[in-house]
Design a protein around this ligand. Structure first.
Ligand code: T3D
Length: 261
């Protein structure tokens, strides 16, 4: 277990806390390996039905640690294609391919790959003081970890290009107004609100949520016809589940449904 990743188990869901507060939770290869392992363990633990991702201290995640992993050595410059592909991108792939709904509670600055980790999540809440920074340009890099994809699809190409090329900080409220995140909340209520949302997801029909993740991932690139076919297929699967039968029965009996317990 990597000590820079803290896990807080709850009933039906888990909080994963990036925990290197003195560096605004900037990630290195050891921490990213620990994060991937943690995500894999959560994926295979059927008692876990939702994940809340947040950061310790005053930051969410300042992206790649500008330290030994990316410092040129005697053999020349670091191989960032390998680093990004092997470490950062595996985190994004896991969040997006997961059966689990992910909530991000962006408690402070989310920069570089750190912003992408948040934006890869299904529901993103940000503290009013949070900032999203495409920091790459400040150090001569280009967006990675899915930033160019997420921002183009959520904020639109004009804003995505400007965010990437200028590297200016975007406030939580701006991110909400641009459709990058779900909502901004007061700093003091961020964690409580994010926990409530995560618990709500943990009580929701897990299979339906997993199918929604597939559906929304495909919606970015599918044609309308392809998306209609996918919706029909996934609705067919949903209709054959015990959760659907329970949902209809609970509605008819005027009681709350108990999904997949
Ligand atoms: O490996 C690959 O494949 C490449 C992949 C790249 C993906 C990326 O993520 S590239 C982008 C890397 N991240 C950055 O460039 C962000 C660098 N940090 C900043 O620009 C600023 O720190 C922030 C805008 C994030 C926050 O600014 P501010 O003023 O709120 O805080 P600060 O004072 O700059 O930082 C506080 C401390 O955290 C400070 O340490 P100190 O001086 O108190 O000892 C600072 O050095 C440290 N810190 C912040 N970000 C990083 C970091 N240390 C190491 N690496 C960081 N990324």
């Amino acid at each position: 277990m990597n000590h820079d990743i803290r896990i807080e188990p709850h009933q039906g869901w888990t909080k994963i806390i990036l925990s290197r507060p003195e560096k605004l939770n900037a990630v290195n290869t050891a921490m990213l390996t620990g994060l991937v392992t943690t995500l894999d363990q959560a994926e295979s633990d059927i008692s876990i039905r939702a994940i809340l991702l947040t950061g310790e201290g005053r930051g969410f995640c300042a992206g790649q640690e500008l330290g030994p992993d990316v410092t040129p050595g005697p053999d020349g410059p670091p191989d960032l294609e390998h680093l990004a592909g092997t470490y950062h991108h595996e985190v994004v792939r896991r969040i997006r391919a997961s059966r689990l709904p992910f909530v991000a509670a962006v408690n402070g600055v989310a920069a570089g790959a750190g912003a992408s980790f948040a934006l890869a999540c299904d529901i993103v809440l940000a503290a009013r003081s949070a900032r999203f920074v495409q920091a790459f340009v400040k150090i001569g890099l280009v967006p990675d970890s899915g930033a160019s994809f997420f921002l183009t699809h959520s904020a639109g190409e004009a804003r995505a290009r400007a965010m990437a090329m200028l590297g200016d900080a975007i406030t939580g409220e701006q991110a909400e107004a641009w459709g990058m995140i779900w909502k901004t909340v007061d700093d003091a209520s961020l964690i409580a609100e994010a926990e409530t949302v995560t618990a709500q997801l943990a009580a929701a029909p897990a299979g339906a949520l997993a199918r929604m993740k597939q559906m929304f991932s495909a919606a970015g690139t599918n044609s309308l016809n392809a998306q209609l076919d996918l919706e029909a297929r996934l609705q067919g699967e949903s209709g054959r589940t015990a959760d659907f039968a329970e949902g209809v029965r609970a509605f008819q009996e005027k009681r709350p449904p108990a999904f997949n317990r």
